[in-house]
Design a protein around this ligand. Sequence first.
Ligand SMILES: [Zn+2]
Length: 156
Amino acid sequence: MLNSVFQMLTVRDREYLRAIFALSGSQKPVGPVLLADKMGVSKECAFQEMRRLDVLGYGEYVLRKGLKLNKLAISIVENDFKKHHFFEKFLQETLGMTHEEACHESSRIDPFVSEYLMQSIYNKTGTLRNGSCGCRMKTPLNPNDLKGCHWINESL
Ligand SMILES: [Zn+2]
């Protein structure tokens, strides 16, 4: 059931969820001006996307305040965060790629990696305490933990 929900989200939707999360949208509503600035889009564009995420069931948009992410949205950001770092580490360890190469390849593929493949990668890499960028791999994820993370900074 969760899989069908995930499929409704585009890669772009996921980037927006990530940006809202980085702006502490899991703790308080984030307004369209702030999001537009972070994403480099117009305020109207950010507003439309936030309305869309509300309709799709990823949070509640409150007029004049913004969008606050719900548990489902947070779980998607956490899952994407894990996927990226684990897959990156896997590429470095098994194919001998540099962090930069592994990061680039992981970014292109990670939205499409299945749960089955991810589980196989988890089994291979084992527990990951830190990502290659040094960020702490733990859930629940705190927006402050992501300040130094390349995944959140470079992909937006
Ligand atoms: Zn990376």
